[in-house]
Write a protein that binds this ligand. Structure first.
Ligand code: SF4
Length: 348
């Protein structure tokens, strides 16, 4: 698989070719990706035919479209059958790709479809990076109606806890930033509070954005929603986030999935605002996108407005995020859930 090989080692796969072929191939994989090897027009036909089966580390299984063509959701199947979800979202001035870093997730957040599936395996750095390359190859032929024709922003907010797959996450960051040329400032690594990874990320050379999913500020409540809180308590998460902010100068975002009767109280809003002020962070509130395996529901609109109003009154910078693609199983893990429930179990 071409993406499973480091970009600098591609020559090892082409021992009988001149070295400039390696550079040409690297460009087709990372700089101007194409969907099929046959489109790599400056490579000889026999070489294109030989590499075609090795091109992508996954096959497209399901593609869904929503928001009048501005949202695409893909379920890919890795060569071992593992599912990966990616979501492409077009805006006026940016095209954002949400990518997965693991197959499943061990963090077990109760409101998340991926968490309810459990953990299968880490994604390889190539499987992570190839999601971005695939989106660029797709956009080259089928741009979203009113958005940039390349991925401008990448968010690690799909399946998995990226900092629990540290080596592959950072290698994929290296490839995106140093090989594909995506600005580190346009990449966001999202964590549910995997504290050792947060500290290690400070040591990396790139000023990527860090998003921290809090979901509750009350320790016992947070442990219920986000079980990893037991191992890495919220105070340690906040201290690591502060250290990251100070080291990188990048404003932290605090993510908050709003769930009726769970974390939508005034007490939670006041606690969240206090942490946001302490970190000079920006708060993103997103209403829960319900999953079939959980009874959790989003609050009604009045309640959402009240929660956001309290945050603002308490001095927090806050954005109420739109929930993209609600008609297409857009929350992380949901497309996989649907594929699993409609697939013959013997299909794997
Ligand atoms: S919300 Fe994120 S960290 Fe929690 S289970 Fe889902 S994928 Fe894992």
């Amino acid at each position: 698989m071409l993406y499973l090989t480091e970009p600098e080692s591609l020559g090892d796969l082409l021992p009988n070719e001149p070295s400039y072929r390696t550079n040409q191939l690297r460009d087709w994989l990372y700089t101007t990706p194409v969907l099929t090897a046959n489109e790599m027009t400056n490579l000889p036909k026999p070489l294109r035919d030989a590499i075609d089966p090795q091109h992508w580390p996954f096959d497209l299984d399901i593609e869904q479209t929503a928001d009048r063509g501005q949202t695409k959701k893909w379920l890919f199947r890795c060569k071992d059958g593992s599912p990966i979800e990616s979501v492409l979202m077009g805006y006026a001035n940016r095209t954002t790709l949400c990518i997965s870093s693991q197959v499943g997730c061990a963090m077990g957040c109760t409101f998340c479809a991926t968490g309810q599936f459990g953990f299968d395996r880490h994604l390889d750095a190539g499987e992570i990076t190839a999601q971005v390359a695939y989106a660029n190859a797709f956009l080259a032929t089928t741009p979203l109606p009113r958005s940039p024709e390349r991925v401008t922003n990448v968010v690690f907010m799909g399946m998995g806890e990226p900092l629990a797959n540290y080596r592959n996450t950072t290698e994929s960051l290296r490839r995106m930033i140093e090989v594909m040329g995506i600005s580190a400032r346009s990449i966001t690594v999202s964590t549910v509070g995997f504290v050792p990874g947060m500290w290690k990320l400070i040591e990396e050379p790139w000023p990527v954005n860090l998003a921290v999913s809090l979901h509750s500020t009350i320790p016992s409540e947070r442990t219920k929603l986000v079980p990893i809180n037991k191992r890495y308590p919220i105070d340690d998460v906040v201290e690591a986030a502060l250290a990251y902010y100070k080291a990188k100068g990048r404003r932290i975002s605090l993510e908050w999935t709003l769930i009726a009767d769970e974390n939508d109280s005034d007490e939670e809003a006041v606690g969240l605002a206090r942490i946001a002020r302490y970190l000079s962070a920006h708060v993103n509130v997103i209403e829960l996108n319900p999953t079939p395996l959980s009874m959790d529901r989003p609050p009604d609109h009045d309640h959402v407005r009240r929660f956001v109003g309290t945050l603002k009154r308490e001095g927090a910078n806050v954005t109420l995020r739109d929930t993209r693609g609600q008609d297409i199983d857009a929350a992380c893990g949901q497309l996989r859930l649907r594929a699993a429930s409609t697939r013959d179990p013997q299909d794997g």
